[in-house]
Write a protein that binds this ligand. Structure first.
Ligand code: HEM
Length: 137
C-alpha cells in the first residue's frame, strides 16, 4: 500500500504564519537599513556603517530562511518561494554593492545601491501581503 504525505490544513496555516512573520521581519530589517544609512550619512559614523553591515546579514539570513521554508513546506504556492528567492538574491546584490562602496570607495555605486534597496522594499511588501492572504484563505 502506498502512503501519500499531505500537510494538514492547520499545519499549513501555521507554516504560512511563520513564513509571513519571517518575510515581515526581513522587510522591517530592510526599512531599518534606511534608518542606519540616514544616521551614518548625517554623522559620518563608522559604528553605524557596521550596524548597517550587520543589518544586511540579518535581513539576508531571515529572507533566506523564509524562502527555504516556503519551498520546503508550501511548494504549491510557487510565487511565495520564487519571489522570496528573488528578494534574497536582490538583498545579496545590494550588500555586495555596499561592500564595494565602503571597501573600495566606489561611491559611484550609491545610485545603484539605494534604488535596489527601494526595489527590495517592494518585493518584501508583496511577499508579506501575499503570504498573509494565503494564510487567511
Ligand atoms: C535606503 C536604503 C539604503 C541606503 C540609503 C544605503 C546607503 C549606503 C551607503 C551610503 C553605504 C556606504 C557607506 C560608507 O562606506 O560610507 C552603504 C553601505 C552598505 N550597505 Fe547600504 N543602503 C541602504 C540599504 C541597504 C540594504 C537594504 C542593504 C542590504 C540588505 C545594504 C547593505 C550595505 C552594506 C553591506 C554596506 C557595506 C557596509 C560595510 O562594508 O561595512 N544597504 N549603504
Amino acid at each position: 500500500m502506498t502512503s501519500v504525505e499531505t500537510t494538514s490544513a492547520p499545519t499549513a496555516t501555521r507554516i504560512t504564519g511563520w513564513v509571513t512573520g519571517l518575510y515581515a521581519t526581513a522587510l522591517t530589517l530592510v526599512v531599518l537599513q534606511g534608518v542606519w544609512a540616514g544616521i551614518f550619512l548625517e554623522h559620518d559614523s563608522d559604528l553605524w556603517v557596521s550596524v548597517h553591515a550587520r543589518g544586511a546579514e540579518a535581513s539576508i539570513l531571515v529572507a533566506g530562511i523564509a524562502t527555504v521554508l516556503a519551498f520546503w513546506k508550501l511548494r504549491s504556492h510557487r510565487s511565495l518561494w520564487v519571489v522570496g528567492a528573488a528578494f534574497t538574491v536582490v538583498l545579496v546584490l545590494i550588500a555586495f554593492l555596499g561592500g564595494l562602496i565602503t571597501d573600495n570607495e566606489m561611491a559611484s555605486l550609491i545610485p545603484v545601491h539605494v534604488p535596489l534597496a527601494m526595489a527590495s522594499l517592494l518585493l518584501g511588501t508583496w511577499l508579506v501581503v501575499r503570504s498573509r492572504r494565503i494564510g487567511r484563505a
